[in-house]
Ligand binder design. Structure first.
Ligand code: ADQ
Length: 482
């Protein structure tokens, strides 16, 4: 029988890479990301367990411990689970609905059934590995029903839930045919965390509107003291559920692992700029290729500035790195072809032989390479129509702690709540993006002290609120609600 664990994280994905071999076997290697870093101290301290899908359908490697003592427990998903639960309900229903209907969500009852079934699978896996009275931290929109299922299966558990994407206005959420089940699923947790107070407010108003989900609310905001971290964590309120439990609801803005940021060497940065043709200004975008990220809009803004003469194609370069994402979903395919058409058109209009004005990479890059790009870029554009947080913005400012560079940031990215000294723009308004691009270039050229002051203020915010602060403040608060 498998060892039981007093701390369990459950997320759609296990933090591993799986490689298929020609003989049909697979090897699995740990692949640490930001979430792993934030959770590592507590996972290691408790010799905890991470439950998740390993990333390949129809295989379930045996559970194994990493070198640092974390037990990885794979959940097996079939190809049909993946289609209905992941591509369907998670990414073609919930993702667009929670990002304010940038594309229309699809409401398909078969996908909903798959979503329920797969959430049950994840909950059963947690049930198998969680010790009596264990703490379980459920991550993100793919597992919205897991807290409720676990609460019924295992009333002894202390359950936290964190949503990594925005939580929409109740008026939008109420479109969802299965809204009551989803809200009830979330309320199975002892503490529900969002990035922003606004997301928490949306959820709280929803529980008042959706029948049968909650008994009552506290009238007053319910501030709990957490030593040294009160500034970033604000528990807005709690909900008393129909069965009399108290569920905390609060905002816990996620961040990056600033300790792991290796500064890029001067020589690699210079080599990159030379490869780009030694331009005066390098603009950079780094995103998953997702229609929420506003990649096309920023390219169009760049094109219009080249056209109007606001930017000079001889001295300016735009570098866009787009990680392939959810490529079997129609809206993602459309988004990719629009971006690639724009890149081709802009280069056709403004590039010279051997000197494109837009450099476009459609692939994932190693972290070290990304760090070189961040450091080399004069102006970073992060222009999502809607984003829970956006870690790329925080990674860029952490790479510019000495005050170089400038960040253009959408008002609709969660990160805008904290990076208030960024050049904020409205991504729905090309004029606003263009204005901020010109303002950033102007300040870098003519007012560098002012630009540096703004960048340093942003960096300080990120450096003093890293991913460890996020994880520990959520877990400390969860203790209070146990
Ligand atoms: P994402 O939508 O994936 O995350 P983001 O927060 O920007 O968006 O994180 C992307 C991560 O992928 C960053 O760490 C970035 O470095 C990395 N990345 C992007 N492109 C890459 C490339 N080409 N090569 C290598 N790495 C690349 C969701 C929500 C966000 C929320 C996070 C965390 O949508 O709003 O901030 O979860 O909660």
């Amino acid at each position: 029988m498998e060892e039981l664990n007093s701390f369990v994280v459950v997320a759609n994905r296990l933090p591993v890479d799986m490689t298929a071999h020609p003989d049909g076997t697979y090897s699995i290697t740990p692949s640490p990301g930001g979430l792993v870093t934030g959770l590592s101290p507590v996972l290691e301290q408790h010799r905890g367990c991470w439950v998740g899908w390993p990333g390949t359908v129809d295989v379930a490697p045996d559970p194994f411990r990493t070198d640092t003592g974390i037990l990885l427990h794979p959940v097996r998903l079939t190809a049909s689970d993946f289609e209905g639960f992941y591509e369907g309900f998670s990414n073609a229903t919930l993702w667009p609905l929670f990002h304010d209907l940038i594309v229309p969500p699809v409401y398909d009852v078969d996908w909903w059934h798959d979503f329920r079934e797969v959430n049950l699978k994840f909950a059963e896996a947690v049930n198998q590995v969680a010790a009596e009275n264990a703490t379980v931290w459920v991550q993100d929109y793919q597992l919205l029903l897991v807290p409720g299922i676990l609460r019924q299966m295992r009333p002894d558990l202390c359950i936290g839930f964190f949503l990594h994407i925005p939580f929409p206005n109740p008026e939008l959420f109420r479109q969802l045919p299965w809204r009551e089940e989803i809200v009830r699923g979330m309320l199975g947790a002892d503490l529900i965390g969002f990035h922003l107070p606004q997301n928490a407010d949306n959820f709280l108003s929803l529980t008042r509107q959706v029948a049968g989900t909650a008994g009552s609310h506290t009238g007053q905001p319910d501030e709990l003291e957490v030593e040294g971290e009160a500034a970033i964590r604000e528990v807005k309120a709690h909900v008393i559920t129909a069965d009399g439990r108290k569920v905390g609801v609060g905002a816990f803005p996620i961040s990056i692992d600033t300790g792991a940021v290796e500064q890029a060497s001067q020589s690699s940065v210079e080599a990159l700029r030379a490869d780009l043709g030694s331009p005066e200004i390098v603009f950079l975008g780094v995103d998953r290729l997702d229609y929420t990220k506003g990649i096309l809009q920023r390219l169009l803004a760049f094109e219009e500035l080249l056209e109007s003469g606001g930017l000079d194609p001889a001295t300016t370069v735009f570098l866009q790195v787009a990680t392939p994402s959810r490529e079997r979903i129609e809206h993602y395919r459309v988004s990719r072809s629009q971006v690639e058409e724009a890149v081709g058109r802009i280069n056709g209009r403004f590039g010279r032989m051997g000197h494109p004005v837009v450099h476009y990479l459609h692939r994932s890059l190693p972290k070290d390479d990304l760090q070189i790009l961040y450091t080399a870029a004069d102006v970073m554009l992060v222009t999502p129509f809607k984003d829970g947080m956006n870690l790329v913005a925080k990674e860029y400012v952490a790479a510019h702690r000495s005050g170089t560079g400038a960040l253009i940031l959408s008002e609709f990215a969660g990160a805008a709540d904290e990076l208030t000294e960024a050049y904020l723009c409205n991504p729905f308004d090309l004029e606003s993006i263009k204005r901020q691009m010109l303002a950033a270039v102007h300040d870098l050229r003519h007012n560098p002290d002012y630009a540096a002051e703004r960048m340093r203020a942003n960096s300080e915010q990120v450096l003093s609120h890293d991913v460890n602060v996020w994880a520990s403040s959520f877990l400390t608060c969860l203790e209070d609600f146990k």
